[in-house]
Design a protein around this ligand. Structure first.
Ligand code: TYD
Ligand code: MG
Length: 458
């Protein structure tokens, strides 16, 4: 006979445990497990029996019969933003835009809202961080004279929803989601529960009314949006600001987009009058050395759809008993792997050395095609010898010491040649069939070939 049993179900993720726990083992949420009954009736002949009583069935259609509608997009007028959005704001779409404080989220969104308003959409900017007059001050500074964007300083969710209901705008901005709170919850604004609750209400409002919603979110020190990435799965599009608050350039990267390509990036320059799109960003992440310096190698990276040249800098210096490996803008685990490959397959040892690697300009490089440039910059620093003038590299490095091809090698080479680079070390599989004017291309198969080649070059 089946014994009657209880189990515990997570209210967040639906995970099931046999005994009560403070923390859900599936989604790590606290205090979400509630006691539920186990169906002990055992298997019946018809597993669906009894289900029909719960609710009337929904209407089902055959996939090929469903009319595919292209989503309606409205360009914001900020070309680089439209690029990452996949063409513009989508009706009923929810965009989360995250970034460090002070990086330019409010600035960009205000500019975009003004653009949308000028193209005939009604917009509502809900500010929870600044007063309406501070927002007005910023709009004057941005040169958005006579802006018709509607502004309200409000943080209570219920009032915000009522305001949206009354004004029925086409686009609503919530700046920032961490400042909103719902009366229904007792926890403080900015807490995971509040952020999640408010965002889900705003998302539901977007879906049911067709209003586009932009949620602005601060990234915490750990690099996640507070509450820990809880919003990413709820929204349609997730954009993150990258770059150094101290430098002029800002990158906006799409890491999720239900309406466009992911990993597309938009490049902006912060000016006196707000963020200006940089339509040709290929050369902005290069430092202007008059002479080649040791430890520097230019990488041609493909971010989104455009090739960009980024200087990779390495400094190898004698370390203490436990040498450090640090990277800025590049993956640290990957750096450790590359150092092992460099030792094992090219005989270049940095065991007792501190190794620092940096991608210039605060840009974050995620593609493995950066490997070869990282290795060559480390070797150059170790030798104290610069790479030749006008040198570029790209290519992924494998654990067996092989150099693997990078996507769209021709385009990368052409972009580098256009900017006056003359020597390239690239993977054999990327070797161009026709010579590229002004560029000497060395195609290599293995890491030791690349290292040997650079030694020969200077
Ligand atoms: P802001 O959009 O307020 O950042 P966030 O909303 O992400 O916290 O922008 C902050 C910085 O941008 C601030 O330090 C000043 C600078 N800034 C300019 O350089 N030019 C401008 O036109 C504006 C409006 C801001
Ligand atoms: Mg702000």
């Amino acid at each position: 006979m089946a014994k009657e049993k209880t189990q515990y179900t997570c209210t967040d993720c639906g995970g099931i445990t046999a005994k009560w726990l403070g923390k859900c083992p599936s989604c790590n949420a606290w205090n979400t497990l509630i006691e539920t009954a186990v169906d002990s009736s055992g298997p019946t002949k018809n597993r669906y029996a009894g289900m029909a009583a719960l609710a009337p069935p929904s209407e089902v259609a055959i996939l090929s019969d469903i009319e595919a509608q292209d989503v309606a997009r409205t360009p914001t007028g900020q070309e680089e933003l439209d690029r990452v959005l996949g063409g513009g704001m989508v009706e009923g779409g929810v965009v989360l835009i995250g970034g460090d404080p002070g990086i330019g989220k409010s600035t960009l969104i205000l500019q975009a809202m003004d653009g949308l308003q000028r193209s005939g959409m009604s917009t509502l900017y809900v500010t929870g961080e600044e007063s309406a007059s501070q927002v007005a001050l910023r709009s004057r500074r941005l040169g958005l004279d006579h802006s018709q964007v509607q502004v309200v300083a409000e943080t209570q969710l219920e009032k915000i929803l009522a305001t949206v209901d009354k004004l029925q705008p086409a686009v609503v901005v919530m700046d920032s989601i961490q400042t909103v709170y719902s009366d229904q919850l007792t926890s403080a604004p900015g807490s995971v529960a509040q952020v999640r609750e408010c965002a889900s209400h705003l998302t539901r409002m977007a879906k049911s009314t067709g209003t586009a919603v932009v949620l602005v979110g601060h990234v915490t020190k750990e690099g996640a949006l507070a509450g820990p990435r809880v919003l990413e799965h709820m929204v349609d599009t997730v954009l993150y600001f990258e770059g150094d608050t101290h430098s002029t350039y800002r990158l906006v990267r799409a890491i999720k987009n239900r309406f466009g390509a992911v990993n597309e990036i938009g490049v902006f320059a912060m000016t006196e009058k707000g963020l200006k799109g940089v339509s040709n960003p290929s050369a902005i992440f290069l430092s202007q050395h008059t002479e080649p310096v040791p430890g520097s190698c230019v990488l041609v990276t493909l971010e989104g759809t455009r090739p960009m040249l980024v200087e990779i800098q390495a400094l190898v210096d004698s370390g203490g008993p436990s040498p450090r490996r640090l990277s800025v803008g590049l993956d640290r685990d990957r750096l450790a792997m590359l150092l092992a490959v460099l030792h094992r397959h090219a005989g270049v040892a940095c065991m007792d050395q501190d190794v620092f690697v940096n991608a210039v300009g605060g840009v974050r490089i995620s593609e493995p095609a950066a490997d070869l440039a990282v290795l060559l910059s480390i070797q150059s620093s170790l030798r104290g010898k610069p790479l030749p003038q006008g040198f570029i590299a790209f290519g992924e490095v494998g654990l067996a010491g092989e150099v693997r091809p990078a996507p769209r090698g021709q385009e990368r080479l052409k972009e580098a040649a256009k900017l006056g680079f003359t020597v390239a070390v690239i993977p054999k599989a990327n070797a161009p069939k026709k010579p590229i004017p002004g560029m000497t291309v060395h195609a290599v198969e293995r890491v030791d070939d690349a290292i040997g080649l650079v030694r020969e070059l200077g």
